[in-house]
Design a protein around this ligand. Structure first.
Ligand code: DLL
Length: 433
């Protein structure tokens, strides 16, 4: 039988009681960090704030922000709120430079993270009959383990495949009748390409029906490409290590924005430059406060992810508000010849062109020279040269209209660009700035 909800009362709770629950959990969280996290004690002391003053949800704005740098500066144990013997799991999130961020879980945090993933799986129609192939990286990254535990809770058969080795992935899919898979959108694209190059027709040869794709920004055009090439539905999954990893926000069957589990996270969207709230529906930076995390609660964490609230209620009946697809991270932004560019803007154009394949790379050299290398689709690789020349100039025009700068474009053979295990590396910046 297909369940509609995993925790119906919580998922469909009317807004007023939901806000009351949030307030009570926020007050508990703030009182706890005030009592036992020296980092927050000194933050509160410098702003002369005491937990007892927090009376409404809007009072959250009186709390200090917590940033990426705070986690790194207090690495490894500086933000832990429980005694060491209550810690049961460590995950890390590595940025591009420096030390990783250490994220601790208590046993209750591990259970709660799994419950939230279970909600997400049920929300997209998973059942105990499904076989989930988990192609995220197992280890310090939250992506694989947190989903693994949630899927086991729902009773799915989980194949802990890990990433890479596409031949073996296909073998597992065939032999064990995989129906759902979990990976990054870039790997889903790569796998679709791999199947096409190896004569595998997923509709004929496999039992795939759905995919959970997340951990990196991707456009609607990318989702459409994954769905069309594999004959599945792909759901956008958002999360970050600091908030348990996956299972923070997830699409329902309507695929119109991701429900953020508001009984666990208090959500704000701010103007990243001023820190002020933006009106509902306007884009800005997502700021999250944990409401249930035990080992390492975080107040007003600056995610750097740019999104917007969808204020309208969702037809699925869940009352937790939805977020629009993440359009990029404020720190992913490239400045090329004085123009702000998000790699996503380029991806959106490339993925909507049927002649193109599924992998691309943006290279920046010298003084703002941009080269975009993009694979052709296997079906178009042998196309006529003059057709490719036309395609190239059509694409350059489209990209220039979007990013206001003219890139060099190189159309390359399918499968010739590097792929990374885990999150895709789409930009190589070698500029001498
Ligand atoms: O990527 C957690 C995760 C694993 C989410 C598996 C979904 C699936 P981190 O490594 O800490 O954690 O990276 C978090 O990745 O702040 C976003 O910038 C980006 N990100 C995650 N999911 C999405 C998404 C995991 N669906 C950072 N769309 C976040 C866009 C995403 N960006």
């Amino acid at each position: 039988m297909t369940l509609m909800y995993w925790q119906r009362d919580l998922e469909t709770m009317p807004r007023d009681p939901l806000r009351a629950l949030q307030l009570q959990r926020l007050q508990d969280t703030v009182a706890r960090v005030e009592a036992c996290v020296p980092f927050y004690q000194s933050q509160f002391a410098s702003t002369r704030f005491t937990a007892a003053e927090l009376r409404t949800l809007e009072d959250v704005r009186r709390l200090p922000f917590t940033t990426n740098a705070d986690l790194r500066n207090h690495y490894p144990y500086g933000l832990v709120a429980v005694p060491p013997n209550r810690l049961s799991r460590l995950h890390t999130s590595s940025g591009t430079t420096g030390k990783p961020k250490a994220i601790f879980f208590s046993q209750r945090d591990v259970d709660q993270a799994a419950e939230l993933v279970a909600r997400c799986l049920i929300m997209v129609g998973a059942t105990a009959d499904d076989v989930l192939q988990n192609m995220m990286t197992y280890g310090l990254f939250t992506g694989a383990l947190v989903v693994h535990y949630g899927a086991e809770k729902v009773g799915l058969l989980v194949i802990p495949a890990g990433p890479g080795n596409s031949e073996r992935q296909l073998l597992l899919m065939r032999d064990f009748g995989t129906t759902l898979f979990h990976c990054t959108p870039s790997y889903a694209l790569y796998l679709a390409d791999f199947m096409e190059r190896h004569g595998v027709d997923p509709r004929r040869d496999l039992k795939l029906r759905k995919a959970l794709i997340g951990a990196e920004a991707h456009s609607e055009a990318t989702r459409a490409k994954i769905e069309a090439s594999l004959g599945i539905q792909a759901y956008n999954s958002y999360g970050l290590s600091e908030m348990n990893g996956p299972g923070v926000a997830f699409e329902c069957e309507h695929q119109q924005g991701m429900h953020l589990w508001e009984d666990h996270y208090l959500l704000e969207i701010i103007n990243p430059d001023t820190g002020d709230p933006v009106p509902d529906g306007d884009p800005g930076e997502l700021v999250l406060t944990t409401l249930c995390r035990e080992a390492m609660p975080l107040l007003r964490y600056r995610t750097r992810d740019i999104t917007a609230i969808i204020p309208e209620p969702c037809p699925c009946g869940r009352t937790h508000r939805r977020l629009r697809r993440i359009t990029g991270r404020s720190d992913d932004m490239l400045i090329v010849r004085g123009v702000n560019i998000y790699p996503q803007q380029i991806e959106r154009i490339l993925m909507a062109v049927p002649e193109l394949g599924r992998n691309y790379l943006i290279e920046l050299d010298g003084l703002d020279e941009m080269t975009i290398k993009v694979e052709l689709s296997p079906a178009h690789f042998d196309g006529h040269v003059e057709h490719l020349v036309q395609l190239e100039s059509r694409l350059v025009d489209k990209i220039r209209a979007e990013i206001l700068t003219k890139p060099k474009l190189q159309l390359v053979a399918p499968g010739s660009l590097p792929i990374s295990e885990g999150k895709a590396k789409r930009v190589i910046d070698r500029r001498v700035l």
